[in-house]
Ligand binder design. Structure first.
Ligand SMILES: Cc1cc2nc3c(=O)[nH]c(=O)nc-3n(C[C@H](O)[C@H](O)[C@H](O)COP(=O)(O)OP(=O)(O)OC[C@H]3O[C@@H](n4cnc5c(N)ncnc54)[C@H](O)[C@@H]3O)c2cc1C
Length: 313
């Protein structure tokens, strides 16, 4: 493929959102470039849950299956590279890749996701996604009846403990990793659910799933079967910002019901984007896949209508 090809759509990000969009566009015979920049967010998880027909399926296998299906659609090219810059306007976008090439397209789809940034405690980051879970919807079922530690300081992080105690376990401890004043209504919730809050500094987490130990600075060791940590996330919006796309106050790319951003010709799908009406991002594989389909359908319809020699009513 020469670098002068003008694609109909360049999709940036090869997770569930980007791959799903690529399949839709490939089937419509739209010249599409999928820029696949590396592993997805749930890379380290043992399995995907809440994806009908694929419960417990390995995340990377889902994506490799998707790539295999794309082989049936010759209109789709895939390049394994990172997009470093995106400029232009509708019908004339340019994307620079870290392989030194520039690619052009009429439309862009941002499916760049978000990256979790777990606390930098010894032993925590390397267990994130495996013995340290991030979300009770995704992995609470696997923790039912088990002893749980929740690493968290902020109200939303700590309320995760209340959720787990309400739904899955009567043995939940919160580790705040140092003194931290929580609002009284939150403390009242934790007390009502018999959740102990340990404010001592955490020095290390070691062990494996079902046999974890939290080490505290005062010498206490807490044996736990599962850990949860709602890690801070970094939305991958650098390209969106370069293009002038509006972000919501919490950093998500603002999209409408058609998965289109505020810049004509630029759509966004998956964990990177959300509707303004939602209180938070619904960051799930099934949602990302559905968003990718939605974005691709409306990009396709937009181009079809723009190119028709007649006006539709
Ligand atoms: C530990 C963990 C477990 C999870 N378990 C579940 C679960 O059981 N069920 C569930 O429904 N959800 C789960 N999730 C959430 C799920 O991972 C996300 O909702 C889903 O991956 C979002 O898909 P996406 O395509 O939007 O983003 P991603 O899957 O993150 O894909 C985005 C892609 O874009 C690429 N990219 C980013 N920037 C660039 C760039 N500049 N150039 C090129 N490529 C780029 C990234 O490398 C990545 O490949 C889990 C998340 C975590 C952290």
């Amino acid at each position: 493929m020469g670098t002068l090809t003008v694609y109909d759509v360049i999709i940036i990000g090869g997770g569930a959102a980007g791959l799903s969009a690529a399949q839709v566009l490939g089937r419509q015979q739209r010249r599409t470039l999928l820029v696949d920049g590396g592993p997805p967010r749930n890379n380290r998880a043992d399995g995907i849950h809440m994806y009908l027909s694929r419960d417990g399926f390995p995340p990377l296998e889902l994506l490799s299956t998707g790539h295999g299906e794309l082989n049936a659609y010759p209109a789709v090219d895939t390049v394994h590279a990172r997009a470093t810059a995106a400029t232009g306007k509708i019908d004339d976008f340019t994307v620079s890749l870290d392989d030194g090439t520039e690619r052009r397209a009429r439309r862009l789809l941002l499916a760049t996701g978000q990256v979790d940034r777990p606390w930098t405690l010894p032993g925590l980051a390397e267990r994130f996604g495996h013995s340290v879970m991030h979300c009770p919807f995704c992995h609470g079922w696997e923790a039912r009846g088990k002893s749980i530690v929740v690493f968290g300081r902020e109200p939303a992080e700590v309320m995760l403990a209340a959720y787990l105690a309400d739904r899955y376990s009567d043995d939940v401890v919160v580790a705040t990793n140092g003194p931290h004043t929580l609002p009284e209504p939150i403390l009242a919730n934790l007390r009502a659910l018999n959740i102990r809050v340990v404010e001592e500094t955490v020095t290390e987490l070691d062990g494996e799933l079902d046999d974890l130990t939290v080490h505290f600075a005062d010498g206490e060791r807490l044996a736990r079967q599962v850990a949860f940590h709602r890690a801070p996330v970094e939305l991958q919006t650098a390209l969106a910002t370069q293009l002038g796309v509006e972000l919501l106050p919490d950093g998500y790319v603002r999209v409408n019901e058609f998965a289109q951003t505020t810049v004509p010709g630029v759509a966004a799908a998956g964990d990177v984007a959300r509707l303004a009406a939602l209180p938070d991002g619904l960051t799930l594989v099934s949602q990302a896949a559905a968003d990718g389909v939605r974005a691709a359908v409306w990009l396709e319809q937009g181009m079809f209508r723009a190119d028709l020699p007649v006006t539709m009513g």
